[in-house]
Design a protein around this ligand. Structure first.
Ligand code: NAD
Ligand code: MG
Length: 399
């Protein structure tokens, strides 16, 4: 692995919520003279305007837009610069393959798997926000990271919290991981009310400002289900020892309980720039622009057990990880299709978990305990589950 005084950085998904927060942390560190970095590559899905604006400001060597049809637009927007432009999924992978030391994996969904894996195989440190790629092919990705010698630095606030208080030298002395959940916008809604929830209501998260997909996942609590699977891949702890606890204030970002009864937690304001700064500076620390906690203002921290009846996604995630093999990939793909359909008005809110459950059940019946040890197996499981979920969506539209 190469080390250079100047940190070479790539941001996959730079136009998204996490991508922009990452650039904000870098700007802040730069203003304070705390970081010496060079942005080498930036990527986006379709937002050429924002990508070109970022490119003009940060002057990366390469920018890529995943949407092939946007290639010309990107090239003409940057025609008067010497920034190389690419378009299509292969160009995003090319961005991941550029020589960099630290890669922010902030693409949403399983679409981020191939580029993240490419960066991992090169030995870059991976700041991982893209939880779906761990859910889809966790063993493949973590094996690639360890083989090439980079670090896996969790960006997801819960995993980042655990990472900061997890004693990797004695994981057997850890009795429990407690993943906190805000409960999302429908925490106190009845199931009946949830039945008529609109996309606008579902993306209005009480504490965090995030992309549309993860906001809907927070409303169904599938986000916490995906995070349970994510945690089981990042930390050497069995999923049975991972608990989910609703904590509406989102101040305690997660906790680790040791066998002697000690519970260690990481706290902070709900601002992703804190965990991002942690991964950027690890194993040291850097400043971040996020607000500091005012405990007197927070005044009260409360906790409640999650409701598995109103939020069946939590049960589905447990079932998927217990079944193992391709099942988490199937559940993730079904959820991605269902969430996209809900956001575009195709299905109702409660259909998201119902379709995910139908696909998971069908996948278990069809594939039995199919193991997953290669990228191809993960992509096949992902495609198969997407087809099944599309059928479920179509059946609802026809009904
Ligand atoms: P977002 O929708 O705001 O941004 C997603 C980014 O990925 C954009 O840059 C988009 O252009 C790019 N992208 C989307 N589809 C793509 C495709 N098919 N190919 C290539 N690029 C594509 O999402 P976000 O909120 O920034 O979340 C990104 C990831 O981080 C998700 O996996 C999410 O679960 C995770 N995460 C986000 C937060 C948060 O606070 N936003 C917190 C924890 C984890
Ligand atoms: Mg999270």
């Amino acid at each position: 692995k190469t080390t250079s005084a100047t940190r070479r950085i790539a941001i996959l998904g730079s136009t998204g919520s996490i991508g922009e927060s990452t650039l904000s942390v870098l700007d802040h560190a730069d203003d304070l003279g705390e970081a010496d970095f060079e942005i080498v590559a930036l990527t986006a899905n379709t937002n050429v305007e924002k990508l070109a604006e970022q490119a003009r400001k940060y002057k990366p060597a390469f920018v890529a837009v995943a949407d092939e049809s946007k290639g010309e637009e990107l090239r003409s927007a940057l025609a008067d610069t010497d920034i190389k432009c690419g378009a299509g999924a292969a160009a995003v992978e090319e961005a991941a393959e550029m020589e960099t030391d630290w890669v922010m994996a902030a693409i949403v969904g399983a679409a981020g798997l191939r580029p993240t894996l490419k960066a991992a195989q090169r030995g870059a440190d991976i700041a991982l926000a893209n939880k779906e790629c761990l859910v889809c092919a966790g063993d493949v990705l973590t094996a690639a990271i360890s083989k090439a010698g980079g670090a896996l630095l969790p960006v997801d606030s819960e995993h980042n919290a655990i990472f900061q208080v997890f004693d990797f030298d004695q994981p057997e002395r850890i009795s429990r991981l407690i993943l906190t959940a805000s409960g999302g916008p429908f925490r106190s809604w009845t199931k009946e009310e949830m039945g008529t929830a609109t996309p606008a209501q579902a993306v209005a998260h009480p504490n965090w400002s995030m992309g549309a997909k993860i906001s809907v996942d927070s409303a169904t609590m599938m986000n916490k289900g995906l995070e349970l699977i994510e945690a089981a891949h990042i930390f050497p702890v069995s999923h049975e020892k991972i608990e989910i606890l609703v904590h509406p204030q989102s101040v305690i970002h997660s906790m680790v309980e040791y066998v002697d009864g000690s519970v260690l937690a990481q706290l902070g304001t709900p601002d992703m720039r804190t965990p991002i700064a942690t991964t950027l500076a690890w194993p040291t620390r850097t400043s971040s622009p996020s607000a500091k906690l005012d405990f007197a203002e927070v005044a009260k921290l409360t906790f409640e057990a999650p409701d598995l009846i109103r939020f069946p996604s939590l049960r589905l995630a447990r079932e998927a990880i217990s079944a193992g093999g391709i099942m988490p990939a199937a559940l993730n793909a079904a959820n991605e299709v269902a969430v996209a359909s809900f956001l575009s008005g195709g299905i109702k809110f409660l259909d998201i978990a119902a379709i995910s459950e139908q696909v998971l059940d069908r996948s278990v019946r069809l594939n039995g305990p199919a193991t997953l040890s290669t990228l191809e197996e993960a992509m096949d499981a992902d495609s198969q589950a997407r087809r099944m979920a599309e059928e479920c969506v179509a059946a609802r539209a026809a009904a």
